[in-house]
Design a protein. Structure first.
Length: 397
């Protein structure tokens, strides 16, 4: 037997003796630790409960903070009632049929909004079909107070709106929404634009959908085909455009267009595409030319005396639903009418000529004099060149 084995046997015997002695001491000593054992005593039982209570106190503080934050909501739930003043009814006159899409889909909803935002104190009553005066008198009626509100085209009073005429420069826009947005930006940026309407409260200003050239018989493929054609022009600017293209422009009230086309009094016309539907012209047209020839502006103007007679609260509320907001809504109505008219053109079998770039360049070159004439003719009165350049920049946008 080796010495290592002998030492291991003696150590085992000693440990066995100590084990027997420990067992003889009884159960009371089983959990006791030696006096010189390391300090590993656990914390008293209540301490963990106190530590767990701290988050509950924090939650209580958060709940109190939330209750304090909720107090402003209780205050906001009881807004001060607005005193809009006395109830009033204002009239709105225009030369178009009562079924016109702008009255039905833009102005009538606007009138409902006006009534709602003024707490039911302002009511708008419509007088369609020239009931308050003929189309050329609409703006002046709003100025004089013969009507509270007027809606018509600026082009009905030639020479009255030289600044606004910038929007009619040829071949510039592809939609009413695009042109109306540009129109409002020009109005906001140029003081002379605002001054043009200083004698009324301008509630809205938009353009109709894009107008093209339409022909009763035959078709126009080139600028040479326009030579000698008698074409109805909707405004003085378009008179100049038709002349520059080689045609003979004539003025004519819209209700006369159908008979004039049918009897050959005119060979064709410039008109907004939605006008084909308004005056049922599909039956008397054979072709058209997609030229994005023009758009024309329209106004919604209130007499200043009527506007000033409203309370501050009424005016502020009406402002919220008018201006650019109302105008873009009206433009969207026209764009929808344009799309509907395009479908009916196809259904009616009317050919729509698409000009190629080379041909269109000739149309542009021929009508450049119209643009130059507007710029030079107005340069002494307002910043016409700067305004035209800004419009081109915005349109290219």
């Amino acid at each position: 037997m080796t010495r290592r084995t002998q030492r291991w046997m003696r150590l085992t015997a000693v440990l066995l003796v100590f084990g027997l002695l420990a067992a003889a001491c009884g159960d009371d000593d089983e959990a006791a630790e030696p006096a010189d054992a390391p300090a590993t005593t656990a914390a008293p039982a209540p301490e963990p409960e106190e530590e767990m209570a701290e988050p509950e106190e924090e939650m209580a503080e958060e709940e109190m903070a939330e209750e304090e934050m909720a107090e402003p909501e209780e205050e906001m739930a009881e807004p001060e009632p607005v005193d809009f003043g006395d109830s009033v009814t204002v009239n709105l006159g225009h030369p178009f049929p009562a079924r016109h899409p702008i009255q039905a889909r833009a102005l009538e909803p606007w009138a409902v909004q006006v009534n709602e935002v003024t707490g039911g104190t302002v009511t708008v009553e419509f007088f369609a079909g020239g009931a308050l005066g003929p189309a050329p008198q609409t703006y002046e009626n709003a100025v004089s107070g013969a009507a509270d509100i007027g809606w018509a085209l600026q082009g009905y009073t030639p020479g009255r709106f030289p600044v606004t005429d910038v929007i009619e420069m040829p071949f510039t826009f592809s939609s009413a929404s695009q042109a109306t947005d540009v129109l409002w930006t020009l109005y906001e940026e140029f003081e002379e634009f605002q001054n043009e309407y200083s004698d009324v409260k301008l509630l809205g200003m938009w353009v109709h959908d894009v107008g093209d050239m339409w022909i009763a018989e035959g078709r126009v493929d080139t600028i040479a085909d326009i030579e000698g054609l008698t074409l109805r022009a909707p405004s003085p600017v378009q008179n100049a455009v038709i002349s520059a293209l080689g045609g003979n422009p004539v003025g004519m009230p819209a209700p006369e267009l159908y008979d004039s086309l049918e009897r050959g009094v005119i060979d064709g016309l410039f008109i907004a595409n939605s006008g084909l539907t308004s005056f049922n012209l599909y039956e008397v047209l054979e072709s058209g030319v997609q030229c994005n020839c023009y758009v024309a502006a329209q106004f919604l103007a209130m007499n200043l005396g009527t506007w000033d007679s409203l309370s501050d609260a009424q005016r502020a509320a009406i402002e919220e639903v008018s201006g650019r907001v109302l105008s873009m809504n009206a433009a969207a109505v026209y764009d929808a009418a344009y799309e509907s008219a395009a479908e009916r053109v196809v259904e009616a079998g009317i050919e729509k000529v698409q000009l190629d770039e080379a041909e269109f360049a000739q149309w542009r070159a021929a009508t450049q004099g119209v643009i130059d004439g507007w710029i030079t003719g107005n340069s002494g009165n307002f910043r016409s060149q700067e305004m035209f350049d800004r419009m081109q920049e915005l349109a290219a946008g």
